[in-house]
Design a protein around this ligand. Structure first.
Ligand code: ADP
Ligand code: MG
Length: 295
């Protein structure tokens, strides 16, 4: 017997390294006319590195002491930034202390008790919300202007330092943006929880002009819904826990499989198993060809 076109398309997608979970998803991929991309781990490789360590003078910690406490708090985290901070501490030969009472807030950061201190690590804007200006914010801003993601380290409620983290654009990011624009007739948008300065720096390299930054998980949902209200079928490509609600809300969702969080992999209709962003335009094309055969 010959296989129905949508099922052969699923088999083909598999050869491109994409696991499409159902015939319905395979069909919906071909209806997409707007793509929204997450930044960290999706447009970028998701292997960020700590490149700056700024210990604030008033807090009296050395660079190593600051990094060590931050790494302790991040140790249980599955976020790429958390892994980068733990890795940075290890590569300096520091022992990473154990964390107690760990909690994480998607799009914001983590909090834990380390060596008897309450340590919070995360977005400077988010951690300082409603707490007034602080010299640490100026340090963070200078790092962001150089394309870094600035990570604030609070110890016992006061800023103790700022870490600068960078991540490389995926090698196929710019080509994928061009291919998706040609395929859908609309330029992809970037949705990110990261700061606007670092996001714009990166979007520029990928050829994306429409950047929506500083988004919490529910803001990503709102951004997707707004695009869909203007009549588009949105395909969201993401990898994080913070992307899961928007992956569920979008017309179709694809998760980056290699570094993707379990929640994103479960929520998305399709998973990119081989770590290539170029698989996105490939599967949209496969779906369109299959739909022509069905019709
Ligand atoms: P993106 O949407 O680009 O994938 P996220 O929503 O995952 O980014 O994160 C947004 C911001 O929240 C980060 O840039 C960082 O400032 C902060 N953040 C989230 N999780 C962590 C963490 N584990 N450690 C430090 N900062 C974090
Ligand atoms: Mg991400």
């Amino acid at each position: 017997a010959t296989m129905p076109p949508l099922l052969s398309a699923i088999a083909n997608a598999g050869r491109h390294g994409v696991l499409v979970k159902s015939a319905v998803v395979m069909e919906r991929l071909g209806q997409v006319d707007q793509v929204a991309l997450d930044k960290t781990g999706t447009l970028t490789e998701g292997v960020p590195h700590v490149v700056d360590i700024r210990a604030l003078r008033g807090a009296g910690l050395t660079e190593d002491a600051l990094l060590r406490l931050a790494a302790g708090a991040e140790h249980p985290s599955e976020h790429p930034l958390g892994r980068a901070i733990v890795e940075a501490a290890r590569s300096r030969g520091l022992d990473v202390p154990a964390a107690a009472d760990f909690s994480s807030a998607p799009g914001t950061g983590v909090t834990a008790t380390v060596d008897g201190h309450r340590v919070a690590v995360g977005s400077p804007a988010r951690l300082r919300t409603g707490r007034g200006a602080h010299p640490a914010l100026a340090v963070a801003e200078r790092l962001e202007e150089r394309g870094r993601t600035a990570v604030l380290v609070d110890i016992d409620g006061a800023p103790a330092g700022v870490l600068g983290v960078t991540d490389r654009l995926r090698p196929d990011a710019a080509a994928t943006v061009t291919a998706l624009t040609a395929l859908t007739g609309t330029a992809p948008v970037l949705l990110t929880g990261d700061n606007a300065r670092a996001a714009a720096h990166l979007a520029d390299q990928a050829g994306i002009g429409d950047v929506r930054a500083g988004l919490l998980p529910h803001d990503k949902v709102t951004a997707v819904q707004e695009l869909e209200r203007s009549g588009r079928n949105v395909l969201l490509v993401g990898d994080g826990v913070n992307d899961a609600p928007a992956l569920a809300a979008a017309h179709t969702g694809i998760a980056m499989g290699r570094a993707g969080s379990d929640l994103a992999l479960e929520t998305a209709g399709a998973v990119i198993v081989r770590d290539e962003l170029a698989a996105v335009p490939a599967v949209v094309g496969l779906s369109r060809r299959a739909r022509r055969l069905v019709a």
